[in-house]
Every structure is written in C-alpha cells, then in structure tokens.
Design a protein around this ligand. Sequence first.
Ligand code: C2E
Ligand code: CA
Ligand code: CA
Length: 604
Amino acid sequence: MGEKIVIYVAGNPDGYPLEYYDPAAECYQGVIPQLLRKFSAGSDYEVLYYSPDGGDQREHLAQNLQVDLLSGYREGEVLPDHREEVVIFSTVYEGQRQNYCLCLTQAAPPELKGDLEAFFQAVPQEEISGILMEQSASQPRDLTGFYLTIGGLALGAALLACALILAVRRYRKRLRNAERMVKTDEVTGLGNYDYLLHQYQKRINAHNRVLYSLVYFYVDLDSLRRSGGNGEADQFLNYCGRLLENCTAGADILARVSDRGFVLLKYSSNEDTLQEELRPLFEQVHGYSQTYGKSFEVNLSAGVCQLKQEDQNLKDLIFSAAQGAREAWRNKEDLVLCTSQMRQKLAEERNLQNSLDGALAQHEFELYLQFYVDAHNFQIMGGEALSRWKHPQKGVLSPDVFIPMLERTGVIYKLDYYCLEESCRFLDELMEKGIDRFFVSCNFSRDTFAAEDFVRRCKQIIEPHRFPRELLIFELTESVSEKHAAQIRQNMLALKDYGVRIALDDFGEGFSSFHDLQQYPVDGLKLDKGLVTSISTKPGMAILRAMVQVGHELGLTILAEGVESEEQVKALQAIYCDVIQGFRFHRPIPAQVAQEMILHRMSR
Ligand code: C2E
Ligand code: CA
Ligand code: CA
C-alpha cells in the first residue's frame, strides 16, 4: 500500500460513551474512535482526531475547512451547510431508533463518502455492542443524552468481558504513565522534545499549519550558571516555565526542548498580536532580579517563525527560530521575527551543515598553507594551515562563509580535527623528503579547544605520525570571554607537556590583554591584522612596540599577521618582531604547491 491519505476529524468531546475526550490519555475514546481506527487499519486512509484537548470546536473547524469530517452527531442534527452525512450505526433509545452520523465537510476527498459507507455497512451490530460494553466498563460517568440499549447481550458474558477489559485498561494506563515520564522535562515538569514532536504530529496538519507560529525561547544558562550556580539556573528555568504556561492557551503546545530552549507553538499567525501577547512575559523576566532580590541579571530571548504550508519538518523550524533567538540575544533584544530571507539563508546554512560529514568523507576540504617568513631575512620558516571547501555545486568556499556557520551550529570540531590530521600528514611527508625544520600551525575553534576530550583526541590523531612534535603549533583565538577558561588552560598545559606549541591568534583584536597571557601558558603571539595596520600611526607604533617588548620579556615568539606593505615590514623590523605573515610575501596556496616550494627552497 502506498502513502495513506490523512483525514482529520473533529470529534464531540462530551459524547460518552460513543465519543469523548479522555484528558488522561490525551486522546479521543469511545465507540466511534475505535471504529474509525479499524477503518484506518483496513483502508487507504489514516483518520486522525483534531485538536483533542479543546472544547467542542466542530463548528469552527468545519467553517475553516480544517477538518474533513465532523463526528458525534445524530442524523439531521448538523447545520444544513455541513453537507453530506454517512450513517455509521443505529441505537434504540426509549423504543426509538437513532442514527449516528459522520458529516463530510468540503475539505473531504470525493471518494471518502463511498468508502466510509461501504465500511460501516459491513460492521456487524454485535461488534458495536461489544465495543460499547467495553466503554461502559470504565469508571461510571454521567451518560447525558446517551443512554443506550443495544440488544442481544447476555449478562454473564458481559461481566467476563468487563473483567478482561479492566485488566487491559490498567496495563494501558501503566504504559501511558511510563510514556509520560519519558516525555517530561525533569527541571520544569513541562513536556520535552519528544512530547512536542508527538503533539506536533498529532495536532498540526495541512489544514491548520499556517495558523501557527513557532516561538523559540533561549535562556543564556552559561552566564547564569557562572553567576548563580545550577540551583539558580534551575530556579530561573522554572520561573520561565511558569510564565510560558501562562501564555499557553487551548490549541498551543509548550515544551522545554533542550538545556537552554523552550518552544511554544502558538495558535497565532499575526506577528503584531503575538508580540503584544508576549510583552508581559518579557516584562516579568526583566523584573526577575529585582523582584526576587537576585544579584545577577537574567535574560530570555525569542525567535519567531510563522509556519508556512511547506514547513513540515519540526527540527528545521526549531533550528530557524533558535537562530532568531540567538540573534535577539546577541542584539540584546527580546524577540526577533525570522523573515523569509533569514530563513532562506538559514536553510542554506543548514544544507551546508548537513553536507559536512559527506564533504569530510569525500575530501572536499582542501588544505591550504600560507607561509610565515623570518622578519629579518624573509626566509620561509613555516606556514598556517587554512581550509578551503571545494563544494561540488557552490565552487570553492572561503572560511568566512563556512567557519562561522560551523561554529554556530556546534560542528566546527569535525573540521578542526580533520585539518589537524591533514597537517600531520603534511609534516610527515616533509620529513620523508628530508625537511625537518618547517613548522605548521593549525587553527582551533575555542569550543573545540575547550572540550574535555580535546587533548585525548589530538593525541590520538598525532600519535601515529613521526614528525617532531614541536613542529606543530596550535593556534587559539584570544577571547574576551572567560568561557571555559579553566578547561582551556588545563588542555594547554597537557598539550605543552605532550610537546606541541601554542600560539594566541588575533592578539589585540578585541579587548585582548596581557591578562590572558598570564593565564595561559603560550609560546607565541600572533598580532592581529588591525594592529599591524595601525602601525603607520604614532600611537599604533607605540602600542605595538610595547607589546613586542612585553611579549619578548615573557619569552614569547611574536608574529605579525596581515602584513601587506613594505612600510609595515620596515616598521615591524624596527620593533624586533620575529615572524611575518601576509600577502606582502605569500598568499595561501594549496598544500601540494606549498610542498614543492618548500622542497625547492629549504632542501640543501
Ligand atoms: P586567521 O586564523 O586569522 O587566518 C588568517 C586569515 O587572514 C586567512 O584568511 C588569511 O588568508 C588572511 N590573510 C593572511 N594574510 C593577509 C593579508 O596580508 N591581508 C589580508 N587581507 N588577509 C590576509 P582565511 O584563509 O580566509 O581564513 C579566515 C579565518 O578562518 C582564519 O583567520 C581562521 O580563523 C579561520 N580558519 C581557516 N581555516 C580554518 C580551520 O581549518 N579551522 C578553524 N577553526 N578556523 C579556520
Ligand atoms: Ca589563525
Ligand atoms: Ca589570525
């Protein structure tokens, strides 16, 4: 059988025991749902109940053409514009025959009526009686308007059936409870990602998708944990959870989907109304520290994506809204609406990200090298390993395009380790050809460098190679952020112990400081291109001179990067800079070409 045709049905939540909403099980129960499940199992249709936990929404859903079927009506009870009815079974009430129907809305596919009629005509009356007995065996209920007598039931058989059914029910309930535990976030008690996915699949469909917006709320837990510890972080998460619950109405779905993220699927397609609805929430978050006497600031940032008809993949939607939320966080705003262009760009990034593993396996990344020269005699001493992505469709991509994206999406470590491996191979090849003085420096993202298993993984890569370890230099971008400082320091010490060298990259780019140098056991400094450019000014020259002097006093090798002019070279020589890298001497070139040049210039 091919793909099933999905049919949405709006049920009667109060039609016990024929059809009713069971809040504990979060679904519809009763004779009609059971029969419809049987119909689904034996046909090309998949009949799903719509929006189960609201009230009776049948009229509204039918008018908006969000469902194909309306259920739980007696024949003739429905408004005239709700077209055709299919009688599904009859009951006898105080001697009167009563027909129960499904009504087809204009959204229903044309063949559905005939298929339903054929199915229901073939269901034996005894089967309906059996299901009804099963329903009546559950906890007593008020049978408003639905007292039924269906002939032909022997009492003994009914009691036996009841006992069996009760046992099955208890088992199902246990299963449901177990399932609920698995779908709950422990800190906030809200649903988790599995819960969200389940609800999304159950409740959002082709008919109502465009009426929803997905809001991703990002909590900056790093700074919160630093200032308040895990206890404060959990308290704030709980606080957010409760505020978000207050923003969650009937048809909305709320979940905590990750350590730092909540998702609210809001039944709202109007951006202005949505922003208005969320305003009090942000106000309460802004007042959190003051209201609760906390000594630190907290924040919550949101990204909003309006669902489009083609938006079916929940993960893609969350990804886009989460990027919006991060953008809001970076700009210190409450909320960012993800525009179509933004989402288009993100989709492209996501494609790139998804193709990363394949690209690494296919060796689409090529190692380039840019030489470092001695600042006094301009002889080649070593080079920096730089990546280029030879994308089969997009051509050669420069690191500016893919590095920030790989960093944002947390997969940069894959490229960093790949590049390290390639650099080791390059050094071994040089060794085999008799060159044992050329060094290679490799870039590592801060997140890669800060990982607990960083040193172990690097050793695993380096171990099989034979080049002397001091020929390998690890470049780490200096950063104002204190994030993971202790782990980075520990990793640096272990790596130095192992014999490789470490340089601080882009030194002087931000508010970098000699404070970093005291903290980290580095061997060299790479002065940022911006500093080198300012060497033509008097204060620029003074700053650089002082930096080189302090660096030398600390026993560090000083390298200047981005050197483009003769004037810069002269000035750098005057202040005793050790090594130069820049277009003035060499541009990045493919590793193979670099190897030939090295062999030509460095062999004796
Ligand atoms: P970076 O580490 O600061 O590398 C130096 C960048 O400056 C390189 O750009 C290089 O081509 C460029 N450059 C060198 N000399 C000059 C010059 O005289 N003038 C100008 N205008 N530019 C110069 P590229 O190759 O585009 O790399 C950009 C950044 O991407 C690198 O900055 C590095 O942070 C990152 N990157 C490249 N490959 C990798 C990698 O495999 N892993 C990681 N984590 N980062 C990488
Ligand atoms: Ca670098
Ligand atoms: Ca740099």
